[in-house]
Ligand binder design. Structure first.
Ligand SMILES: *Cc1c(COP(=O)(O)O)cnc(C)c1O
Length: 400
């Protein structure tokens, strides 16, 4: 099997270049720019002896093909020199559960941010509990003070920064240093920033998770998860994923690879358009405040500026109190913003949400109804006109 380029050339290149060059080997495919989509289970060996000695570049479809390897190596090069291996999973949630299972044992304790993606919480509460792993949720803003929450059996600290509904920015390096001092491993959901805008492994994260469904895929047409491991965790990750029989279909892997090539240019547009729409919303009389870390007004702005080189198109807004029906009228009047789960595709989305029932370590006080936006690749002017239409409907409904 091939290895990620170790000649140092790749690491020296800018991330925008690396998403284009990483994991490619046209000479291996008659010069074609992209690798073929290997639909494969059986691999034939030259002889019985070779078969018994596993002497073949690829052993079995589930264990990897040139297609899966191309995406793994591309992501590994993108993560940088700390990355010792990448695993592909059939969804972001499968990446989260596999990363957790790869390092946890019965009797262990996990510290998980209170701002974590809802299904991550459900997995900890319903599955990890059954396997004898206890979870304590912690305030995402706790920083290095997390030291006080460790137990002798704390094995994992799990972060998600920013939270994908509430957008608290976590002090990743501070929390990671505290975790490592206690002998714990650090897992992070880095879907929001992607490796392009936040260098998770360089900031002390041992397993960096992405819902590839979002920006890597980028077109709302694939379910995919990725876990990037450093030297401390790569072997156990590969072991867990391999022994569990988890693999991703070749067409979905190919869509991930195809999406990755334009990740830098798409994210740049999501970043600029998202910030423009957020600044416009921040001036609206209907709006109480924005939850967007790249805005100067955000409480996590200094951390964002220290840690991130950009922002994606996902943020939330707190509206001034109005009846819930007026919020529904606002959302239903939007034409360019679809109402639906997920994000990271080319299209804009808007959903109502409420974190009140989803917290145990902290209290959620938004001060008004909350809406999460994903800003897609449409022209900003058209999106603003659509939002104007929404606010007109909100005003009409609030008066009714
Ligand atoms: C969507 C999402 C996931 C889960 O990804 P799926 O591919 O939908 O399973 C995990 N974390 C975050 C932050 C997400 O937004």
């Amino acid at each position: 099997m091939k290895e990620a380029s170790k000649d140092g050339r790749s690491a020296a290149r800018r991330p925008d270049t690396r998403v284009v060059t990483a994991g490619r080997d046209p000479a291996a495919y008659y010069g074609f720019v992209n690798p073929p989509v290997y639909h494969a289970s059986t691999v034939l060996y030259p002889s019985a002896e070779d078969y018994l000695a596993h002497r073949a570049p690829y052993q079995y479809g589930r264990r990897g093909t040139p297609t899966t390897e191309a995406l793994e190596l591309a992501l590994q090069e993108l993560e940088g020199p700390q990355c010792a291996g990448v695993a592909l999973l059939p969804s972001g949630l499968a990446a989260i559960s596999s990363a957790l299972l790869s390092v946890l044992h019965a009797g262990d304790h996990a510290l998980v941010t209170d701002s974590a993606y809802g299904p991550t919480r459900s997995y900890c509460d319903q599955i990890l509990t059954r396997l004898g792993v206890a979870t304590t949720y912690y305030d995402p803003l706790i920083g290095a003070a997390i030291t006080g929450l460790f137990r002798p059996n704390t094995r994992v600290v799990y972060l998600e920064s920013p939270g994908s509904l509430s957008f608290e920015m976590q002090d990743v390096a501070g929390i990671a240093a505290a975790a490592h001092a206690k002998g714990a491993l650090v897992l992070m959901d880095n879907t929001w920033a992607t490796p392009l805008y936040f260098r998770a492994l360089e900031n002390g994260v041992d397993l960096s998770i992405q819902a590839g469904t979002k920006y890597i895929g980028g077109h709302a047409d694939v379910m995919l998860g990725t876990v990037s491991a450093n030297g401390a965790t790569a072997a156990s990750l590969k072991n867990m994923v391999g022994l569990s029989g988890l693999c991703v279909g070749p067409d979905d892997v190919y869509l991930g690879l195809r999406g990755l090539r334009t990740l830098a240019v798409r994210l740049d547009r999501h970043y600029r358009s998202g910030l423009a729409v957020a600044r416009w919303l921040e001036q609206r009389p209907e709006v109480l405040r924005l939850l967007h870390p790249a805005l100067e007004s955000h409480p996590g702005h200094a951390v964002w500026k220290r840690d991130c080189t950009g922002a994606c198109g996902l943020f939330s807004v707190v509206l001034k109190p109005v009846p819930q029906q007026a919020v529904y009228a606002f959302l239903d009047a939007l034409e360019l913003f679809g109402i639906g789960a997920s994000w990271g595709g080319y299209e804009s989305l808007a959903i109502p949400f409420d974190c009140t029932g989803a917290r145990t370590a902290t209290r959620w006080h938004s001060g008004g109804p909350t809406v999460r936006f994903h800003i897609g690749l449409e022209a900003v002017d058209d999106l603003l006109a659509d939002l104007e239409r929404g606010f007109a409907a909100l005003a009409a409904a609030a008066q009714a």
